[in-house]
Design a protein around this ligand. Structure first.
Ligand code: ADP
Length: 394
């Protein structure tokens, strides 16, 4: 029997899972996901490939809790060579209180449930598996690892809005997200950048959700997502930064309801809204439709503009790192962004960029440009081992 950590990463319409050996958390022995929840649910396994166990079929109405229950049954039936010693969960919001990962207790669950209003589309899905496992396996240690924690090092100036002070005091501030991804990339910087690892770095996490993080000395100093995960870059389905006056106009002049506006901004905008074709960059790159080109061009233009807007927080730039689905795989997007940033000393080596090599900057470029695959699960597993197993004295 191998001791493993089960990591669970529940998104708005997906639930990703993995089993990480305690002795080697970077190399999961099982990795899979249930996607398209509430639309076209599908369960798939990427490690091992092919999966020797029968793949469960999900019901069209499967909730996050249903999937978690089915996953636990499936693991109990088939993963008999593995002993799950702790479970680590990605939790989107830790509010102002959770500045580092937390061992889950009934009080922690209550405190995290209280934060639901800050992330209504994510927090309940994150907590559903936590509550299910606590009920089914009360002795199994669980750990919550937060997307917001990495940004708690930011200066107050990077966090507050120009709103009345009382609202900031009440928690209406910029929290930032994608912290697990940024923490992982930050941990790889010494290996990739040597002496420059303590320098001025921007990480571009470009997936379905997309954001940037300005990192100095390995710590977050500014980020593009704010109070919610709607702010900043153009995303697959989310608008990113828009003039808040647009929302007032939609309410006052067009009589749109709050749920309709929420749907517009979270589900119907971004690459999907602009192109009218797809939320996936891969689909847009394969399309000849001029609206697909406009969506890609806007994504790149806005990303370059937001990179420029982070420079005052850093005082310059030593390295730009691309990661996540688009950042790791789309040479066209990386070039579209970097071509607008020559003034920052960014020049790509086109062949290295097409080949998605680790280093894609031209040899004489002032700024390093790298492609580094992210690994959010590994961060969850590492923290879970540190917190759950050491607390048990194992
Ligand atoms: P999530 O935020 O759901 O974890 P991912 O990090 O998996 O998202 O990124 C998904 C995005 O990456 C989609 O837009 C997808 O089309 C894009 N992508 C994945 N592979 C490629 C590829 N080879 N070329 C272009 N885009 C890609």
């Amino acid at each position: 029997m191998t001791d493993v950590i089960l990591t669970i990463n529940a998104g708005s319409s997906s639930l990703k899972f993995a089993l990480h050996p305690v002795s080697d958390p970077l190399t999961p022995v099982l990795r899979g996901k249930a996607t398209g929840l509430k639309r076209q649910p599908e369960f798939s396994v990427s490690v091992p490939a092919p999966c020797p166990w029968p793949i469960p079929v999900l019901d069209a109405s499967s909730t996050h809790e249903d999937v978690a229950r089915l996953l636990l049954d499936w693991l109990a039936t088939h993963a008999t060579n593995y002993n799950v010693v702790a479970v680590g969960h990605r939790v989107v919001h830790g509010g102002q209180a959770f500045t580092s990962p937390a061992r889950i207790t009934p009080q922690v669950v209550a405190d995290l449930t209280d934060l639901t209003s800050l992330a209504p589309l994510h927090q309940p899905h994150n907590l559903a598996p936590v509550k299910l496992i606590a009920a089914q396996f009360p002795a199994l240690p669980q750990v919550a690892v937060f997307d917001t924690s990495f940004h708690t090092t930011q200066d107050p100036l990077a966090k507050i809005f120009a709103l009345p002070h009382a609202l900031s005091e009440q928690g209406l501030v910029r929290y930032g997200f994608h912290g697990l991804s940024y923490e992982f990339i930050a941990s790889t910087l010494p290996e990739h950048l040597g002496a420059k690892a303590g320098g001025r770095v921007i990480v571009a996490h470009l997936g379905n959700g997309a954001s940037l993080c300005a990192i100095k000395d390995g710590k977050s100093v500014a980020t593009t997502m704010g109070f919610t995960a709607l702010d900043g870059l153009v995303m697959g389905r989310r608008s990113g930064r828009i003039d808040p006056g647009v929302i007032l106009h939609l309410v006052q002049q067009r009589g749109m309801s709050v749920p309709d506006i929420e749907k517009l901004l979270y589900q119907q905008s971004g690459l999907l809204g602009v192109s009218g074709i797809s939320n996936a960059m891969q689909d847009l790159e394969a399309s000849d439709d001029p609206r697909a080109k406009t969506a890609i061009d806007l994504f790149c233009y806005r990303a370059a503009a937001e990179i420029a807007a982070l420079i005052p927080a850093l005082g310059g730039l030593d390295a730009l790192i691309f990661t996540a689905g688009i950042g790791e795989n789309s040479a066209r997007t990386r070039a579209g962004i970097c071509d607008r940033l020559g003034w920052l000393g960014i020049t790509l080596d086109p062949a290295a960029n097409e080949g998605a090599q680790l280093r894609i900057n031209a040899v004489d470029a002032r700024c390093d440009v790298l492609v580094v695959p992210t690994n959010e699960d590994a961060v969850i597993a590492r923290h879970t081992i540190a917190l759950a197993l050491s607390a048990d004295g194992q």
